[in-house]
Each structure stands twice: as structure tokens, then as C-alpha cells.
Design a protein around this ligand. Structure first.
Ligand SMILES: CC(=O)N[C@@H](CCC[C@H](N)C(=O)O)C(=O)O
Length: 374
């Protein structure tokens, strides 16, 4: 069993070494070293790429999985915390440092007390991208450890510490990354008539993309097209031959996702014609929606309402994405929010989750998993 100090120290260690998807080498090492400190009596460990799977043999073979993601984001941390990121340009700005710590805290508890069900802890790489859940399933990497149910939490900076929030059915959106490359003709800034400026084409395209949801999606439905990066050109007095737009699409249904993509393709064709340039579209990685199992969600809600560790609120659907949805396509499962009360939100360089939420989540999930006795 890890005490609160140990959990906080572990979270800070993870926080200092954020790594991007499928590069979680130091992170994997820290997960493995932490597991090695535990009582090994019921534990078996396997690695998969930069991920780690741990099985705790229970009294029955019925297997309940608990999944934590592992990767950080390409962001310059601006928290000024004494345990800030040691990896320049990378930050745990989505709480995966807390997610891993909580998973290890629960695992440490079950290394001492054999559970009724068999438990499977999945430390999954690359949630922010390109996605680790789908390849785990496609490659059948869990093998004979394939679970019967699965759970995961995600920190929520908007909720007070000690709060759990979820809902049955749709919780998080369908997502698709979006990369558009524009190619024109470079030239001297003083002779625009001899060149074909991709900064201007990109600016028009970004503006047009922002009309897409407003004029194509039923106002009672929801969709988001966010452009997070725009790059182009090399010098202020050189007309840019190339520009690149990088973004993400979020929808509440696969049908809306298909419609948004169809409209993006039409707008990009229009830019190609109107600006006499060439464009290519790449949709990168796509995540299916997070869809919570009705019965298991009601069970978790009832458990939360009765728990002395947490208070429960009904969640609303969010346009966040999560490749946990791939697990739920095959395995009944629940994802829920954990309140961590930060003034700055997810993916913000000043995200600062309250560490008191860690032991609350460890105690709550340990008791919940102990109560599982199918
Ligand atoms: C919880 C969370 O913030 N998840 C990410 C998932 C990213 C999916 C993909 N790389 C994309 O950008 O579309 C999110 O941004 O919601």
C-alpha cells in the first residue's frame, strides 16, 4: 500500500519526464521500477512497446481491467512548479502523470490483498496520438489476459477535488486529426504576380473551415473543427511556397464526422481552384467515441453515491476524445471524470491539478474493485 507522500512523490517523478506517444521509455522504466517495489506474490508483468500490462491473479478468473494512459504533450510548461518538466517542450498537460500514479496506487494495494476478481492494469502509450488502444486490440496484445470489464478515469480541472462524474452512453466525441498541406509557388515579396502565396491560401482556408460547423451541422447536433497549428514560409520578404494547417475534428456521431470530412474536402478543392495551388489532406489518427456501458455505469454511480471518499455528479457529453473508446467497442466499460480543481484547464501550459485527488481516487477505486465479486 502506498501512502499519500509516496503517491505525490511518484506523480512528481512522472511529471518531470513527459514523453510523447510511443516514446515513453523513461516512463515505462519508472512504471516497472515502481511495480518491482511491490509484493510480487499475485503479480505478473508483461511489456508491449512502451506500455506495461500487469495481471493480479484473483480468486476467480473473471477479469476486470483498469487502464491508464502514459504520454505527455508537446507543450512548454509554464507552471513554475519546483517539479516542472525536465524535458524541454514537453509537458504532462493532460494529467496522465496523475493517471499512472493512481493506477500504481491501486495496484500497490492489490499487491497486498488478493482481489476476488483477477485484475488487469493496462499502462497504455500514445493516448494523445497516434493512439495505443487500437493497436493493442488489433495485435491481440492482451492475449490470454483479455478482460471482461474495463475502467478508466480522466482528471477534470473544472470539478472540485473528491468529485466523480460520468454518464451512461455517449461521454466523449468521435475524433479525427486533420493535416492539410498547401503547395504553390515561392518568389520575391516585391513580385507577387510571379508567385503563388500559400500564406494567403492558408489564411482563407482557416477562415472557411470556421464556417463549416455553423453552416453544415444541425444546431441541435454538435461538432468542432479546431486548427491548432498553422505554419508556412521561411522569411518575411519571401512569398511562401508551402503552408500547413494542423487541427482536429470532433463530432457526436460517425455520420456527422463523414459530413464534416466531405465538406472539408469540398472547401480544400475550392482553395485549390481559387488559388491555383495543390493541396493534400491527411486525417491522421481517428478515435471512436467513448460510450459507457449502461449497467456498469449505474453500478459505479451507485457505488460513488454510497462512498465516503467521493461525491458524484452526472456528467454531460464532452467534445474531448479518448482512445479508451476502442476498448469499449469490444469490452463493456466505464470512463469517468475525477475532479482535480485547477484554475487552468486540460492542455494548458499552467495546468496544476490538486494532488489531494490522487489518494482519493486510489482509495475509491481500490474499494470499488474490491467490491467486484461476479
Ligand atoms: C482527453 C484528451 O484531451 N484527449 C485528446 C485526444 C486527442 C486525439 C487526437 N490526437 C486528436 O487531436 O484528434 C483530445 O484532444 O481530446
Amino acid at each position: 500500500m502506498f501512502n499519500e507522500d509516496k503517491l505525490v512523490q511518484l506523480r512528481r517523478q512522472f511529471h518531470q519526464i513527459p514523453e510523447l506517444g510511443f516514446e515513453e521509455v523513461k516512463t515505462q522504466r519508472l512504471v516497472l521500477e515502481t511495480i518491482a517495489e511491490m509484493n510480487q506474490q499475485f503479480i505478473e508483468v508483461r511489456t508491449w512497446k512502451t506500455g506495461v500490462f500487469v495481471r493480479v491473479k484473483g480468486k476467480s478468473d473473471y477479469t476486470v481491467a483498469y487502464r491508464s494512459d502514459m504520454d505527455g504533450l508537446p507543450l512548454v510548461e509554464a507552471t513554475n512548479l519546483p517539479f516542472g518538466s525536465n524535458h524541454s517542450g514537453k509537458m504532462h498537460a493532460c494529467g496522465h502523470d496523475l493517471h499512472m500514479t493512481i493506477a500504481l496506487g491501486i495496484l500497490a494495494a492489490f499487491s497486498e490483498v488478493q482481489p476476488s476478481c483477477t485484475l488487469l492494469f493496462i499502462f497504455q502509450p500514445a493516448e494523445e496520438g497516434p493512439g495505443g488502444a487500437e493497436p493493442i486490440l488489433v495485435e491481440k496484445a492482451l492475449g490470454d489476459w483479455y478482460p471482461d470489464e474495463i475502467y478508466a478515469l480522466h482528471i477534470d480541472p473544472n470539478l472540485p477535488v473528491g468529485t466523480i462524474a460520468t454518464k451512461p452512453g455517449l461521454l466523449f466525441a468521435n475524433t479525427s486529426e486533420l493535416f492539410i498541406d498547401l503547395k504553390g509557388k515561392g518568389g520575391h515579396a516585391a513580385y507577387p504576380h510571379t508567385a503563388n502565396d500559400m500564406v494567403v491560401s492558408a489564411a482563407h482556408l482557416v477562415t472557411q473551415l470556421q464556417t463549416l460547423v455553423a453552416r453544415n451541422i444541425n444546431p441541435l447536433d454538435s461538432a468542432v473543427v479546431t486548427i491548432g497549428v498553422i505554419t508556412g514560409g521561411t522569411k518575411q520578404n519571401v512569398i511562401a511556397e508551402n503552408a500547413r494547417i494542423e487541427g482536429t475534428i470532433r463530432t457526436l456521431s460517425v455520420e456527422s464526422m463523414a459530413l464534416v470530412k466531405q465538406r472539408i474536402e469540398a472547401l480544400v478543392k475550392g482553395i485549390e481552384t481559387g488559388f491555383a495551388c495543390d493541396a493534400t489532406i491527411d486525417y491522421g489518427s481517428n478515435y471512436c467515441e467513448v460510450n459507457n456501458d449502461q449497467r456498469l455505469t449505474e453500478e459505479l454511480k451507485a457505488y460513488s453515491l454510497a462512498s465516503e471518499h467521493v461525491s458524484f455528479v452526472d456528467a454531460e457529453v464532452a467534445m474531448t476524445g479518448e482512445d479508451f473508446g476502442y476498448f469499449q467497442k469490444e469490452i463493456p466499460g466505464v470512463m469517468f471524470w475525477l475532479g482535480v480543481d485547477s484554475a487552468y484547464g486540460l492542455h494548458h501550459p499552467q495546468l496544476n491539478p490538486q494532488e489531494g485527488a490522487i489518494s482519493i481516487a486510489v482509495n475509491f477505486m481500490t474499494e470499488f474493485l474490491l467490491s467486484k465479486n461476479p
